[in-house]
Design a protein around this ligand. Sequence first.
Ligand code: NAP
Length: 349
Amino acid sequence: MTGLNREWILSSRPSGSARPEDFTMRDTEVPDADSLSPGQILVRHSVFLHAPTMRNWMDAPGNNYYPSVDLGAPMLATSGGDVVASADERFPVGMRVTTIGFWQEYSVIDATVMPVRPVRDDMTLVEAMGPVGMNALTAYMGMIEVGQAKEGETVVVSGAAGSTGSVAGQIARILGCRVIGIAGSSQKCGYLTSELGFDAAIDYRTEDVRARMAELAPGGIDVFFDNVGGAILQAAVENIAKFGRIVLCGQISGYDASTPVPGPSNMMRLVYGSVRMQGFLLGDYEAKIPAARDQLWEWVASGRLRHREDVREGFENLPATFGDLSRGANEGTLLVVTDEERAFHRPTA
Ligand SMILES: NC(=O)c1ccc[n+]([C@@H]2O[C@H](COP(=O)([O-])OP(=O)(O)OC[C@H]3O[C@@H](n4cnc5c(N)ncnc54)[C@H](OP(=O)(O)O)[C@@H]3O)[C@@H](O)[C@H]2O)c1
């Protein structure tokens, strides 16, 4: 296979939010299939996920679970596409996969290092990266495996109108919990209660979060699913119930900061309340992912789980659209589709 392969490289490390000027588009050649080493595959991308944690990957090495992106190297991103050349028999040519690729039209992926997940034939690539994608699976593992939410409990989710939070809250509802979401506008709060079935919502930009938590959860919060950190996490610590669980999924309020944001204080609340606070990564639960994906898909098919994809278009728009995550301008899972026909193709009904 020959031809042009466009890519976006990281040309400067952002200070604060990432800006389009931090990236440069460059033309390279599509890698030669004969150049693949054992375990490598060549993927033609059609969809990219914008995830807040990518902002961490743009920082200098030191605090990342994936290696920092080198200056001058293509940006790392969760992506979906089809295998066009393969040196790994698990992923033959023609198979559709999601993986951690790069902001490139074609990427060589080392399937012995990066997670590569085949896409079911009854799903489009957009669905595989949306309602059953990385964020939905994270919500599932965080709420069920880490939070161990149970029927009748009170659950609070921060970043609740976003990709991960909206699924986490709905899973808690499916489990029979009372669910309160925290989001950054009255319109997002209305979406949570009127469309996603949350019992209540708090607008953190206009309301006193700590006081509203106390009002809405007088018996305390049994599970706090945290995407945000900072002051919102502190408010939850002050309102956590006896034997409560704090699920640390992410700390988005600190991703654009150049120094660590203040962490929660008053940790004696956790001692007195016998509270468990636990961070996790989706990858900790790799073996449970296929079953979780099938369960999520069943909930979607039966109408119990609603999902919103915020789809943007165009490879050339990747850097410009990334900033919407920190501005709160995304409505659901923020995806960039670069090949509409392949992205929305469903091989079987
Ligand atoms: N542990 C894991 O394996 C794992 C995997 C995937 C994702 N995550 C984490 O999950 C979290 C959510 O990711 P996502 O992809 O689902 O993002 P998202 O919620 O779809 O988008 C980000 C949202 O966060 C809110 N936000 C931005 N800055 C904020 C701030 N300073 N304070 C409060 N809210 C803020 C914005 O909504 P508002 O308008 O409501 O502010 C924005 O829409 C992130 O922390 C991410 O790192 C963890």
